[in-house]
Design a protein around this ligand. Structure first.
Ligand code: SF4
Length: 360
């Protein structure tokens, strides 16, 4: 969290830092356990569980906190500077399934792919507990489907070569992307996992889980050159919890679930994207410029609107920007919105630092 007036990093307000992962020798042994007609390679790893952090979404200064500025500075101002939200009655199923699947995957990685009944039950219970405490209700349908996808994922990967897991839900940063840079532009990231992946030639790579109702290839095309993995790889180079502690990474492994539905079975793919050093170099320079520009946006700033972003693709669906009604109708469209503290926009009172109406 940034205190812009003092331009200092409020590290004390950031999500908890993770303990340093412990290294250990690799012990992957084939037991040849039969499941149906397949012969299963079961990892029996005597090491304790890999360190696992909180799988509770985006970090305070992660990619999602700047992504909206790149899309539309007005959207960033509404969301991050004025703190306007559009309350919804429930978490959309597609979003809830993605979150719950992340939790299941993190638990299984941390358990170093154990598949005993007690462990599977415990991971499923963690998914259920997350659904029960979610701020916006998660439907039973979403939880049931997420459990089903997790079971399919385990069934698929238990018979395949496993990554050697260093940590799951691993928090890195805050760190600046350029040495000696002003700390208010520092960033953080929560990495789904950091592992030595067979798909990366058994080199260390960042694992990034993605669920889609589209194809695996669509996801690969989307993330081949994308700010989220580029930021993760750049931050790994500079954050004290990254390269300095564990050595360089070879790239990112996209761990994609293409969700089945009804009679359609799910598909899975782990695709290695080698670290694109050239792209990281221009990305870091570019992002630093954008972070500085974003830091100058205050309540009264006349932030530009990028009207080519008022609708956008999520998966295969075209959806509206959450602030479209405000941009279109101003005060007349403000009824569905509140500030983060729950107050409606109609209760806003002007002050010296907030003289512009919130919908303008
Ligand atoms: S509706 Fe369009 S102009 Fe308005 S905040 Fe969203 S993207 Fe920007």
């Amino acid at each position: 969290m940034i205190d812009k007036k003092k331009m200092v990093w409020r590290a004390d307000l950031l999500p908890g830092k993770q303990p340093a992962p412990k290294h250990g020798p690799v012990h992957a042994v084939s037991l040849g356990q039969a499941v149906g007609e397949s012969v299963v390679t079961q990892v029996t790893d005597p090491r304790p569980d890999a360190p696992v952090g909180e799988a509770d979404g985006a970090t305070e200064a992660g990619w999602h906190s700047i992504e909206s500025f790149l899309r539309c500075p007005k959207e960033y101002q509404y969301q991050h500077v004025r703190g306007i939200i559009s309350p919804t009655a429930a978490t959309p199923d597609y979003f809830a399934i993605g979150q719950l699947f992340h939790i299941g995957k993190a638990g299984w990685f941390a358990a170093r792919f154990a598949t005993d009944e007690a462990r599977m039950l415990s991971i499923r219970e963690k998914m259920s507990a997350y659904a029960a405490r979610a701020k916006l209700p998660i439907s039973n349908e979403a939880l049931t489907r997420a459990h089903g996808y997790f079971d399919e994922y385990v069934k698929h990967y238990r018979i395949r070569p496993k990554p050697d897991v260093l940590a799951a839900e691993y928090f890195i940063g805050p760190a600046t992307l350029i040495k000696g840079d002003t700390f208010f532009v520092a960033r953080t990231a929560r990495l789904d996992d950091v592992s030595k992946y067979p798909e990366a030639g058994h080199k260390l790579a960042i694992g990034e889980a993605k669920s889609t109702s589209g194809s695996i290839n669509d996801v690969v095309q989307q993330y081949m050159l994308h700010g989220q993995p580029l930021l993760q790889m750049a931050l790994w180079e500079t954050a004290p919890q990254g390269e300095a502690m564990h050595g360089p990474i070879a790239g990112v492994v996209l761990d994609v679930l293409s969700k089945g539905y009804g009679n359609k079975a799910s598909k899975f793919g782990r695709i290695f994207i080698p670290k694109p050093q050239r792209a990281i170099e221009w990305f870091v320079k570019n992002l630093n410029t954008q972070l500085r520009a974003a830091a100058l946006v205050e309540w009264n700033t006349d932030a530009p609107r990028n009207i080519s972003s008022c609708t956008r693709m999520i998966g295969r669906a075209r959806v509206e920007c959450p602030y479209l009604k405000l941009c279109r109708w101003g005060r007349a469209g403000s009824a569905p919105y509140t500030f983060k503290d729950g107050n409606g926009l109609g209760r806003w009172l002007p002050s010296t630092s907030q003289s512009t109406p919130p919908w303008e």
